[in-house]
Ligand binder design. Structure first.
Ligand SMILES: Nc1ncnc2c1ncn2[C@@H]1O[C@H](COP(=O)(O)OP(=O)(O)OP(=O)(O)O)[C@@H](O)[C@H]1O
Ligand SMILES: [Mg+2]
Length: 162
């Protein structure tokens, strides 16, 4: 990871194993109630990162797939995950009609693919992770942390070679 500002770091992953290591560095910073907006094109590596985070947090990573089957998947674990895919949603109104905000659970971390489609429905205090395709086995992840004490921990992780 390399710092880009006081709350933003960038991680260039050269392999899926590196994405797993990146997720392992990020996972201890997540806490119940967090909302993580995941942006990036088709195949950018959003779901793959959710799978890596699920594994790092002690959830069953094998359950993680793009929730194209529906809007949401839940993964049980010490820190449960709510995995939302907004790709098929028209807009925020549709999200709200489906009970969207009620999906943000206080005791879980909510990860939302294609979050930019429903940005107005998201809490302003949130994580944003932008995924980008770089090459066949490489992806760039840019992480913006909520402006709280975790920003310093994120930068420390980056400085420590994570
Ligand atoms: N370094 C890497 N990190 C993560 N994924 C990688 C990497 N290299 C290759 N990949 C591959 O990139 C693909 C990313 O697909 P993924 O389903 O995560 O994309 P997505 O952003 O969720 O797309 P969609 O918007 O269609 O849901 C996977 O097939 C994964 O194996
Ligand atoms: Mg996906």
């Amino acid at each position: 990871m390399r710092p880009l500002s006081s709350t933003v770091v960038e991680f260039l992953s050269g392999s899926e194993a590196e994405t797993d290591r990146f997720a392992a560095a990020l996972a201890p910073l997540l806490r119940p109630g967090d909302v993580v907006a995941l942006d990036g094109d088709l195949g950018a590596g959003k779901t793959r990162l959710v799978r890596a985070l699920a594994a790092a947090l002690g959830c069953d990573a094998a359950q993680v797939s793009s929730p194209t089957f529906g809007l949401v998947q839940h993964y049980a674990g010490p820190l449960p995950l709510v995995h939302i895919d907004a790709y098929r949603l028209r807009d925020c109104d549709e999200f709200e009609e489906l009970g969207g905000r009620e999906l943000f659970e206080a005791d879980a971390v909510t990860l939302i693919e294609w979050a930019d489609r429903i940005a107005p429905s998201l809490p302003t205090k949130r994580w944003t992770i932008a995924a980008e395709h770089v090459g066949p086995t490489s992806r760039r992840y840019r992480v913006a942390c909520p402006p709280d004490e975790r920003a310093a921990r994120l930068l420390a992780a980056a400085a420590g070679g994570a």
